[in-house]
Write a protein that binds this ligand. Sequence first.
Ligand code: NAD
Length: 298
Amino acid sequence: MARVGFVGLGNMGGPMAVNLVKAGHDVAGFDIVSSNLDEFVTSGGKGAASASQAAAGAEVIITMLPAGQHVRDVYTGADGLIATAADGALLIDCSTIDVETARAVAAAAGKAGLAMLDAPVSGGVVGAQAGTLTFMVGGSDDGFARAQPILDNMGKNIIHAGAAGNGQAAKICNNMILGISMIGVSEAFVLAEKLGLDHQKLFDISSTASGQCWSLTTYCPVPGPVPTSPANKDYQPGFSTDMMLKDLRLAQEAANSAGATTPLGAQAASIYGLFADTGAGNVDFSGIIRYLRGQSGD
Ligand code: NAD
């Protein structure tokens, strides 16, 4: 079992760290919000007074932070994790951040002789609690091989996407597909309503025809056809509009700096942004159908 330092014990990081404790690892955690730290300690983890204290002597250091700037702050700088990690420690950042920052921080770790992986996740809070997350991992083959037994305690699909930053690239490309396809499916249901075509009939036909996709068959944005979809629970998330917007904006940043043409990705970011502005940031992203019908988020 490994000695693990875990920084960022929020909605995702908290249950992920607890799963490592349950698997028998020696986990010291830190969060700037003391109630998150207290909850982790109550669940059997060890509390640390700072990120570098959590990481002291750890073989594996994991971070789960809100955005790129937090990741830069925690890893780089005089008392950052790169400067204070033990020799040979493996660094794993599971936050969803921009590709550029992921590559820059991994390069800084490499200069200090430390292996670093970007390993963003999908599966949400439910997946974090159940230990069924998907990890999309960027970094060296050796780093991936060392990380796999640890990530196995928090997820069920662990995929090596290539070199540093490719985990983040995979995450934003996938979520750009998802954001666009959810708008497409929602537009089709709104048009069907206007044309007098029953929701269930459209579902029965399109789910076995060429319109078939995950947004339709697993996460259907109208209540009824897929009983487990958030549409049946008044669009409680699930995956919030704010989270989708964050990922679509990261995809647009990456597309701009890489020179990729993504007009539908740009349009999707703009549409979710307008929906969020109606007060729908905490509504599930499939609630976008309300915006298309001219309804607000609440
Ligand atoms: P969160 O805000 O609940 O957790 C982030 C935690 O980091 C907070 O507890 C915060 O106090 C802590 N933190 C911030 N700066 C810190 C610092 N300097 N030192 C120590 N702790 C610090 O967010 P979350 O929902 O857990 O998401 C974390 C990451 O995972 C984000 O990048 C998010 O995009 C991604 N993600 C979230 C979900 C989801 O459904 N919530 C799904 C997939 C990916």
